[in-house]
Structure formats: structure tokens, C-alpha cells
Design a protein around this ligand. Structure first.
Ligand code: ADP
Ligand code: MG
Length: 241
């Protein structure tokens, strides 16, 4: 059984169907890049996998448990699957350590000492244990995004979804965030990432998914998808002719 099984998933907003039957199975430890034009449904797909959106049809199972559209299941799913966004969304009035401890304590009811120990461990993993007592506005954007990664990891997710996590960063800060992701991948974390970093996708990902108009238009290993795009849509997206 795959870690994540997405079967004929459809999602509509009103009469606008934005996911038109997505099939995708993700194996443990896979790193998948999701690419495609703006509006092709990439974020919606990740939000469905994380239970932030209900699906209109089809099924999603994570870690062997089928996702049902009731609030208890969606909540359980949000606990199992971590998500990181373009905007870091750290609480400005909390320290870095406080940010990484908060959802552990509130959502998982982890006792404070254990939450703090986990926060220190995960901050060390992203190279920021020395910033435990700093406030977010004292950090660079790259450091803030690394804190957001530590915060997601502290919930011990079985997979991590990343939605354009370097898109809001100044170019010189992108590499440090990608280095953290690369390390997570090497450690065996299952990752689904919407990204514009094609070189990164080529180097790190096991498969690339090209989405077009709410469908998986092409899928394959990066050397295939990038070197031999089959459809005119992907050729156009990659700028090859
Ligand atoms: P991408 O991430 O590939 O740019 P999105 O998944 O954000 O694409 O959006 C796909 C389509 O779904 C777009 O047409 C967008 O306007 C629409 N959409 C996304 N979220 C909502 C929402 N909450 N309500 C209505 N329409 C939405
Ligand atoms: Mg998006």
C-alpha cells in the first residue's frame, strides 16, 4: 500500500471544477515536485491532501486511513500531514521556540517540557537552535521559513507538503531553505512540493508531476519529464520547442 493514495479526486468551487480526476500514489520516502502554470490546481491538490479543503469526489488515503469528509477525519489528517506555505505565518509576539512549541501544546496537548525538547531538536535540525529565544522579526526570511519547517516537523508528520516555500524569499535566501529540504529528503521524509525551482526538482525529486487545467498532464522521473516532454503544454511550460 502506498503512503498517500489519491484516486480520481475532483474538487469544485461552485461550478468551477478545478481538480478533474487526479490519480497519484506516493510511496514512503518519495520526493515529488508538482509543477504547472498558475491556476492549474497545484495548491488545491495539496490543500485536499492536508484536509484543508474537502474533496467533491474520489478518495484520498494517507498512511492507510481513508479520508472522509467529516471534521474529525480532516482534523486527524491535518495532524498526520504537515504543510508549509509561501508565507511563513509565524506569530510575531512569540519567540522562535514558542512558535515551534505552540501547536504541539495546543493541538497535540503535549506537555510543555516535552514540547520544548522537541522544539529544540527540530530547530537544531534546521540549524537554528541558537535562535530559540529570538523573535521572528529578528530573523531573515530564509531563517523564518526554516522555523516554519521546524514547526511542521515538531508535529512528527508522516509526510510534508510544501507550497512554493521559496517564492516569497529574496534570491540569496532560497538556497538555505532548499538545503534543509534536501536534507529532509536524504533522511527519507516523504515530500510533495509545488516548486518553480526546476534545478532542485531535477536533482532531488524522484518524480515530477506536471499539472495542467486540473489534471495530471504528465508524470515521470525528472530526467524524462524535463528532457523529453511529450505534450505541447509541458513543452511550452518549460520553454522548449
Ligand atoms: P495553483 O496553485 O496551481 O496556482 P490553485 O489550486 O490555487 O492553482 O487554483 C486553481 C483554481 O481554483 C483557480 O482557478 C482558483 O481561482 C480556484 N480556487 C482556488 N481556491 C479557491 C477558493 N477557495 N474558492 C474559489 N476558487 C478557488
Ligand atoms: Mg498555488
Amino acid at each position: 500500500m502506498s503512503l498517500i493514495e489519491i484516486t480520481d479526486v475532483r474538487k469544485s468551487f461552485g461550478d468551477n471544477e478545478v481538480l478533474k480526476g487526479i490519480d497519484l500514489d506516493v510511496e514512503p520516502g518519495e520526493v515529488i515536485a508538482i509543477i504547472g502554470k498558475s491556476g492549474s490546481g497545484k495548491s488545491t491538490l495539496l490543500r485536499c491532501i492536508n484536509g484543508l479543503e474537502t474533496i467533491s469526489d474520489g478518495s484520498i488515503s494517507v498512511g492507510g486511513a481513508q479520508l472522509l469528509d467529516d471534521e474529525a477525519h480532516l482534523k486527524a489528517l491535518r495532524l498526520k500531514v504537515g504543510m508549509i506555505f509561501q508565507q511563513f505565518n509565524l506569530f510575531p509576539h512569540l519567540t522562535v521556540g514558542g512558535n515551534v512549541m505552540l501547536s504541539q501544546m495546543v493541538v497535540k496537548k503535549t506537555p510543555k517540557p516535552a514540547a520544548e525538547a522537541m522544539a529544540r531538536k527540530m530547530l537544531e535540525r534546521v540549524g537554528l537552535d541558537h535562535k530559540f529565544d529570538a523573535y521572528p522579526d529578528e530573523l531573515s526570511g530564509g531563517q523564518q521559513q526554516r522555523v516554519a519547517i521546524a514547526r511542521a516537523l515538531a508535529m512528527q508528520p508522516i509526510a510534508l507538503l510544501c507550497d512554493e516555500i521559496t517564492s516569497a524569499l529574496d534570491p540569496e535566501l532560497v538556497a538555505e531553505v532548499l538545503a534543509v529540504v534536501r536534507e529532509l529528503a536524504a533522511e527519507g521524509m516523504t515530500l510533495l512540493m509545488v516548486t518553480h525551482e526546476m534545478k532542485f526538482a531535477r536533482d532531488v525529486c524522484s518524480r515530477v508531476v506536471f499539472m495542467h487545467q486540473g489534471r495530471v498532464h504528465e508524470i515521470g522521473p525528472p530526467e524524462e519529464v524535463f528532457a523529453n516532454p511529450r505534450t505541447p503544454e509541458l513543452k511550452q511550460f518549460l520553454g522548449v520547442h
